[in-house]
Design a protein around this ligand. Structure first.
Ligand SMILES: O=C([C@H](O)CO)[C@H](O)[C@H](O)COP(=O)(O)O
Length: 218
């Protein structure tokens, strides 16, 4: 049977109503609604509450990219309805463990974001050992602008065979999404290719079809 590969729509918009409208248009085709870092900083915890209330059967990820005070920062977001929050892999292991504790106390998932991590293999192993649920391979928007892609890091992490989900983000488009699935990602994160499309619902539907087709071929 084909592995179920989740799709996460990354909403890096700022306007809360635009963000909620994009979530409504794309929800039929995706598994996880990400309130992106710029969006969660701009709108705060109230948008997390509203998003979860409107989409109770979708997972809501608050992309906090926590760097310090892990449990203290993440706990209120889980209590407000987030299913997943992110913590930076470059943070202290104690910070990562704090986010994991906040997540697990609330039946949620903690994701460790590998953006700018110098040794992703060591960080991945330590995070998995600490109980992280998701390791996020991530080429950020500024790194993408400099021509970087997430594929080399994705292959490094999937080849480790750790007992943890792997997500992949960084400029994923219809032309590259099958490669992400075939490299072994459990969660495909798509931002600009959906929220920047003329028809975001059609773009999300196309991603669903491409992801499911690639997963069936793995
Ligand atoms: O996490 C992200 C970035 O750091 C800004 O917050 C993006 O959501 C992530 O890169 C996915 O977006 P795309 O690269 O546009 O697909």
């Amino acid at each position: 049977m084909a592995k179920k590969v989740m799709i996460q729509v990354a909403l890096d918009t700022l306007d809360p109503q635009v963000t909620l409208d994009l979530a409504a248009k794309t929800a039929p085709y995706i598994d996880i609604i990400e309130i992106g870092t710029p969006c969660v900083k701009y709108n705060g915890i109230s948008l997390v509450k509203e998003m979860k209330a409107k989409f109770p059967d979708r997972k809501v990820l608050a992309d906090l990219k926590t760097m310090d005070a892990g449990e203290y920062e993440a706990r209120p977001f889980f209590e407000a309805g987030a299913d997943i929050t992110t913590v930076l892999g470059v943070a202290e292991l104690a910070t990562i463990k704090g986010v994991i504790k906040a997540a697990h106390d609330n039946n949620g998932w903690a994701q460790v974001d590998m953006i700018c991590v110098p040794d992703i293999v060591a960080t991945a192993k330590a995070s998995a050992e600490a109980g992280a649920d998701i390791l996020g391979v991530h080429t950020g928007l500024d790194q993408q602008a400099a021509g970087q892609t997430p594929f080399a890091d994705l292959n490094k992490l999937t080849s480790l065979g750790l007992n943890v989900m792997i997500s992949c983000a960084g400029g994923i488009k219809p032309e590259t999404v099958a490669d992400v699935v075939k490299a072994g990602a459990d969660i495909v994160v798509v931002g600009g290719a959906i929220y920047g499309a003329d028809d975001p619902a059609a773009a999300a539907k196309q991603m669903r079809e491409l992801v499911d087709k690639a997963a069936a071929e793995v």
